[in-house]
Design a protein around this ligand. Structure first.
Ligand code: UDP
Length: 469
C-alpha cells in the first residue's frame, strides 16, 4: 500500500502590523482544521506581544501541524506614519528574502506561500522554487482596485491633481465614477508623483498579477461589483471574508479570538454593561493613526458637547505630545458620560448591546468588524486605504457619515448627533441589513464559505501534485 502523503504545508507571512497580523492569523485558524500544516512567520516583537496579550498559544497549540517561525532582528520602533511603515518594509525585504528561500528549500514540502500582498519581494524570493504564492491583501477590494488604478489615473492626467478642488470627481477608477472624489483617493495621492509610497503602492498592486491568486478579506454582497473589475486582470480571486465572522461561523467555540498586540483593558465591558441599549459611541483610530494635540481637543469637545455617552481608545502613542492638563469642562463631561481606555477588546465592544455607533478611522479590520456587528459609523480616515473605505461607507453602503478632512468640534458634535439621533433609524436599518448579508456569506452555502472551501481544496490539490513530481 502506498504511504499516505503528508498534509500540505503552507507558509503564512504577514506584514508585522496589528491589522495585517490579525487578519492572517484568522485565516490560519480557518485553514488549520482542514488538515493543513502551517508555519506562520512572525516578528519577534509581535510574537512577544501575542504571547503576552492574546490567548493565541492556547488556541493554536491544539494543532500539531502549526508552528510559529520567529524572525529576529527586525525594526521594532513605532509604525505611526507612512515613513515608518516604509522603514519596516525595507527592513522586512532585506532580512526575510533569504530566510524565506531557505525555509522553502530546507523544508521537505512547502506546498505554497500565502504572503501579505504588500510584500511583493516575496514573489522574488520564491522565484524559481516552483512554489506558488497566494497574495493576501488585508485591505478592502475597493482600496486595492484604487491602488491598482493609479497608473491609469496618471496616464489620463487625473494624477497629480491640477488645481485645489478636492471635491472634483475622479473618472478613471472603473466602477467608482460618479461618487469618487479626489479627497477619497488614498492619502498619498495628494502629494506629487515622486511620493515614494505612491510609487511603491502602485507597483506592488500591479505585481499581485504575478502571484498564483489573490485572496481578499471581503464578501461579494459588499464588494462583488468592484471585485469583478479586478477579476478582469486576475481571474483567480478568493473573497473569503469577513474573516473574523467566518472563523466564528465555522468554529464550535463561538468566543472571540483575540489577536491583540496590545494589552486589552476589559474594564470597559463592565462600564458598557451599565449603559442603556444603543446609547454609546465607541471611538477608536486603530493601531497606527496619530492625532495632533489640537485634533485631540477638537474631538474631545465635539464628543462632550454632543452629550452622547462615549468609550474612547486613547493609545499611549495616539498623540505625539500630550502632557497638557485637560480643561475642567472636558474632565467633567468625560466623568459624566465617557470612559477612556488604552486599548479595548474591540470585537467584544462592538458586539455589546450598549453600542450605538462607531467613530472610526476605517482601517479595514475595524470597518468589517463594525459591519458584522451592525453598527453605523462616523468616519474619520487617517491615511492610505482608509480614505476610500470611508467614502464607500457613506456613498455606497450607506452605513454612516464620512467626516474626512475635518474634525472641528462643531462638525464632530453635529455628525455624531446626526448618526446617533437624527438619522439613527435609517443607519441602523442599513447596518442591520449589511450585517445579515455578511453572516450569510460566511454561513454554509454563502459565497465566502464556498470560496474558502475552494481555496482549501486548491491547496490540497497542489500538495498532491507536489508529491507526484
Ligand atoms: N483593535 C483592538 N482594540 C482597540 C483598537 C483596535 O482590538 O482598542 C483592533 C481592531 O479590532 C482591529 C485592529 O485592531 O482588528 C485594527 O486594525 P484596522 O485594520 O482597523 O486598523 P489599523 O490598526 O491597521 O490602522
Amino acid at each position: 500500500m502506498a504511504p499516505t502523503p503528508p498534509p500540505p504545508h503552507v507558509l503564512i507571512f504577514p506584514f508585522p502590523a496589528q491589522g495585517h497580523v490579525n487578519a492572517m492569523l484568522k485565516l490560519t485558524e480557518l485553514l488549520l482544521p482542514a488538515g493543513l500544516n502551517i508555519t506562520f512567520l512572525i516578528s519577534a516583537k509581535d510574537h512577544r506581544s501575542l504571547s503576552g496579550y492574546a490567548n493565541i498559544h492556547t488556541r493554536l497549540n491544539s494543532f500539531p501541524g502549526f508552528q510559529f517561525h520567529v524572525i529576529q532582528g527586525l525594526y521594532e520602533g513605532p509604525l505611526d506614519s507612512a515613513e515608518k511603515l516604509t522603514i519596516m518594509f525595507d527592513c522586512m525585504s532585506e532580512k526575510t528574502t533569504l530566510l524565506l528561500r531557505k525555509l522553502i528549500l530546507d523544508s521537505p514540502v512547502t506546498t505554497c506561500v500565502i504572503a501579505d500582498g504588500i510584500m511583493d519581494f516575496v514573489l522574488d524570493a520564491v522565484e524559481g522554487t516552483g512554489v506558488p504564492v497566494f497574495s493576501f491583501r488585508t485591505i478592502s477590494g475597493c482600496a486595492f482596485w484604487a491602488y491598482f488604478s493609479i497608473p491609469d489615473l496618471i496616464n489620463s492626467g487625473e494624477l497629480p491633481f491640477q488645481g485645489t478642488n478636492m471635491d472634483e470627481l475622479i473618472v478613471n477608477v472603473k466602477g467608482m465614477e460618479g461618487f469618487l472624489r479626489r479627497r477619497d483617493l488614498p492619502s498619498f495621492c495628494r502629494s506629487g508623483l515622486s511620493n515614494r509610497t505612491l510609487q511603491q503602492v502602485s507597483s506592488i498592486s500591479r505585481r499581485a498579477l504575478d502571484a498564483h491568486a489573490i485572496i481578499l478579506n471581503t464578501f461579494d454582497d459588499l464588494e462583488g461589483r468592484i471585485v469583478s473589475h479586478i477579476q478582469k486582470h486576475c481571474s483567480n480571486i478568493y473573497t473569503i471574508g469577513p474573516l473574523h465572522a467566518h472563523l466564528k461561523s465555522r468554529s464550535l467555540n463561538k468566543s472571540i479570538s483575540s489577536n491583540s498586540l496590545f494589552e486589552e483593558d476589559k474594564t470597559c465591558i463592565g462600564w458598557l454593561d451599565q449603559q442603556p441599549p444603543k446609547s454609546v459611541l465607541y471611538v477608536s483610530f486603530g493601531s497606527i493613526a496619530t492625532l495632533t494635540r489640537d485634533q485631540l481637543m477638537e474631538f474631545w469637545y465635539g464628543l462632550v458637547n454632543s452629550k452622547k455617552r462615549f468609550l474612547w481608545v486613547i493609545r499611549k502613542d495616539l498623540v505625539s505630545k500630550d502632557d497638557d492638563k485637560l480643561p475642567s469642562e472636558l474632565e467633567n463631561g468625560t466623568k459624566e458620560r465617557g470612559y477612556l481606555v488604552g486599548w479595548a477588546p474591540q470585537e467584544d465592544v462592538l458586539a455589546h448591546p450598549a453600542l450605538g455607533a462607531f467613530l472610526t478611522h476605517n482601517g479595514w479590520n475595524s470597518t468589517l468588524e463594525s459591519i458584522v456587528a451592525g453598527i453605523p459609523m462616523v468616519s474619520w480616515p487617517f491615511f492610505a486605504d482608509q480614505q476610500i473605505n470611508s467614502r464607500f461607507v457613506e456613498a455606497v453602503w450607506k452605513l454612516g457619515i464620512d467626516m474626512k478632512d475635518t474634525c472641528d468640534r462643531t462638525t464632530v458634535e453635529r455628525i455624531v448627533n446626526e448618526v446617533m439621533e437624527v438619522r439613527k433609524d435609517e443607519f441602523t436599518e442599513s447596518a442591520k441589513r449589511m450585517a445579515k448579508l455578511a453572516m450569510e456569506s460566511v454561513s454554509e452555502g454563502g459565497t465566502s464559505y464556498s470560496n474558502l472551501d475552494r481555496l482549501i481544496q486548491d491547496i490540497k490539490t497542489m500538495g498532491v501534485q507536489h508529491e507526484d513530481e
